[in-house]
Design a protein around this ligand. Structure first.
Ligand code: NA7
Length: 544
């Protein structure tokens, strides 16, 4: 099929956002091209194939809601889906709506410059293709650029090196191997028990212990599936206006943790720990805003760790003490702490004993040397901005996105940045994104962008772009809301502290999914308050 060189919209990325955008835009008659650096659809779920990779939002809620037929026909095998099952689902979606034919795979967009005369984006790919587009949509995800720390000697290692976010497609067989893993965030916490069960020996290098609670994943039951599917549309509607874009199996308690007795608190924490999932943080309404309230939950979880991990020193090392629970992303695990009771698992504190270098045979820390067949980097991502800033994006007057965002991302609603007309960031910094069920936030942003493009077309508007003042106010509001919480107290990828030299500020919008959706609805109802439009000049007027 001949590929169009001038289109209404170019979309970068064929994950959940890019696919839904393509489906909606095509349906509305917009000519569209999608570029995807991978060989297939799936985004995060294409790349993160590490052992144990699993979603931490329930499957019935981590799925598209836009088509009743799709949500009724699909069955999930487990309560929390594993990566292969999510990838199967995404492939099913691509097939059902025949999306792949409009996606150019194995192709990265490396440059996008806005031309102020033609009001078009000129987009260049790493295969040398040039496409012009009225609208440029970055649907590149929030955690799509892997962080491979610059540890001296990495190139000297004679064994295999893996990053959890760029995992090979073929099965990696660790049996009989001595394996080292660096990083104990969500990816490390999910993969450590699985690798430990396979490898001869596993050494875990921990910089910061992360808070994790049991997922209590179980096979999906017909009964649970039926409960959801019976009134799916109504449940989805509730999700859209909920604080996190998802519904909790155990109801949040809307009082302070400090206003109840210790027995009541323990009962609430016990109940949520037993139910599994993220509900622990919703036990009381001030766990993420009040240090003392937070500490009641933190202390209770530390006691659980001490109860599971048999060696007291290891238990102590695994117990977070330097930041409030929930302020780095809370992890969901399956037998994480139990893995440290295995004879073949060792935990090394790399704050006390920093990694000196990687060697031909393994790794060196002071006088200690470790021999490995494989080293796994579970060291996370240059999150939220990394992928956007790696593309050479230039807006008006040659302003680069790198320059504009040098002190941190600046957006209006997490959707657009002043100086970059008709450029959109799906679940961009300044929107709820990673602080929500991503599926709810993706659908909301995609629908908002498509509605906006239709509004522009119907009203002969050529460009849309935020006013500087609206953007300034939004950037301030995002920080203001974050500063009312305990989130800025942790070094986290939300804050950009995991990447040396990255500006440090809280990047997602923590005001809640429902509240954010209402703000967007009001903005639109108010004639796109805070946005500037440039009217299309008709050919006749231009000729005068
Ligand atoms: P995370 O959550 O960023 O975790 C990365 C881990 O790697 C974390 O323990 C880091 O320690 C550690 N890390 C990062 N850089 C280094 C260096 N240079 N040396 C040693 N250790 C390092 O990434 P994940 O992939 O686990 O999870 C990302 C998201 O994916 C997750 O939140 C879910 O939303 C899904 P640190 O804590 O920074 O001290």
């Amino acid at each position: 099929m001949a590929q169009l060189k001038s289109v209404d919209a170019v979309i970068v990325g064929a994950g959940f956002s890019g696919l839904y955008l393509l489906h909606l835009l095509r349906g509305q008659g917009f000519t569209t091209r999608v570029f995807e650096r991978a060989a297939g659809v799936g985004g995060t779920w294409y790349w993160n194939r590490y052992p144990g990779a699993r979603c931490d939002v329930e499957s019935m809620q981590y799925s598209y809601s836009f088509d009743e037929e799709l949500q009724q026909e699909w069955s999930w095998p487990e309560k929390y889906s594993a990566q292969p099952d999510i990838l199967d689902y995404i492939n099913h979606v691509a097939e059902k709506y025949q999306l792949s034919k409009d996606i150019t795979f194995n192709t990265s967009v490396c440059r996008a410059h806005f031309d102020e005369i033609s009001k078009q984006w000129k987009i260049v790919t790493d295969t040398g293709e040039v496409v012009k587009a009225s609208h440029f949509i970055m649907a590149t995800g929030c955690i799509s650029t892997a962080n491979l720390p610059n540890i001296p000697g990495t190139g000297d290692f004679g064994g295999k090196i893996y990053h959890t976010g760029k995992w090979p497609h073929e099965k990696v067989d660790f049996s009989g191997q001595s394996v080292g893993i660096i990083g104990t965030g969500s990816s490390g916490i999910q993969s450590i028990p699985v690798i430990a069960a396979e490898a001869r020996h596993l050494t875990v290098f921990q910089r910061t212990p992360h808070w994790t609670v049991p997922a209590r994943n179980v096979p999906m039951t017909d009964e649970y599936e039926k409960i959801w599917k019976k009134d799916y549309a109504e449940r989805r509607a509730q999700m859209r206006y909920s604080p996190s874009g998802s519904l909790r199996s155990v109801a949040p308690i809307d009082i302070s943790a400090l206003d109840v007795s210790e027995e009541d608190r323990e009962q609430a924490y016990r109940e949520r720990w037993a139910a599994g999932g993220m509900t622990l943080l919703k036990s009381y309404n001030d766990l993420l805003t009040n240090d003392a309230a937070n500490e009641t939950a933190a202390k209770w979880v530390r006691q659980r760790i001490a109860g599971i991990v048999k060696d007291p020193k290891t238990a102590d090392l695994l117990s977070p003490k330097t930041y409030p629970i929930g302020t780095k992303r809370l992890c969901l695990d399956t037998d994480y702490y139990e893995a440290f009771n295995r004879q073949n698992v060792e935990l090394v504190d790399i704050v006390k004993e920093p990694i000196e270098r990687i060697t031909l045979n393994g790794l060196k820390i002071g006088d200690r040397t470790f021999a490995f067949d494989s080293i796994v980097f579970a060291t996370g991502f240059d999150a939220m901005t990394g992928t956007l800033l790696r593309v050479d994006i230039q807006g008006r007057g040659g302003l680069t996105l790198q320059k504009k965002w040098e002190a941190g991302p600046r957006t209006y609603l997490g959707l657009m940045s002043e100086g970059f007309p008709n450029m959109y960031t799906i679940t961009g910094p300044g929107s709820p994104s990673v602080k929500s069920n991503m599926m709810s936030s993706i659908e909301q942003h995609v629908e908002l962008v498509v509605d906006t493009l239709m509004h522009l077309r119907e009203n002969s508007i050529e460009t849309i772009e935020p006013h500087r003042s609206a953007e300034d106010d939004w950037v301030e509001h995002v920080q203001e809301v974050a500063n009312q919480t305990l989130f800025p107290k942790a070094n986290s990828w939300y804050m950009g502290t995991n990447i040396p030299g990255k500006p440090q500020l809280f990047m997602p919008y923590i005001g809640g999914v429902g509240a954010y959706r209402r703000i967007c609805e009001e903005v639109v109802a108010d004639g796109y308050r805070g946005f500037a439009f440039e009217q299309k000049i008709s050919e006749a007027a231009a000729a005068e």
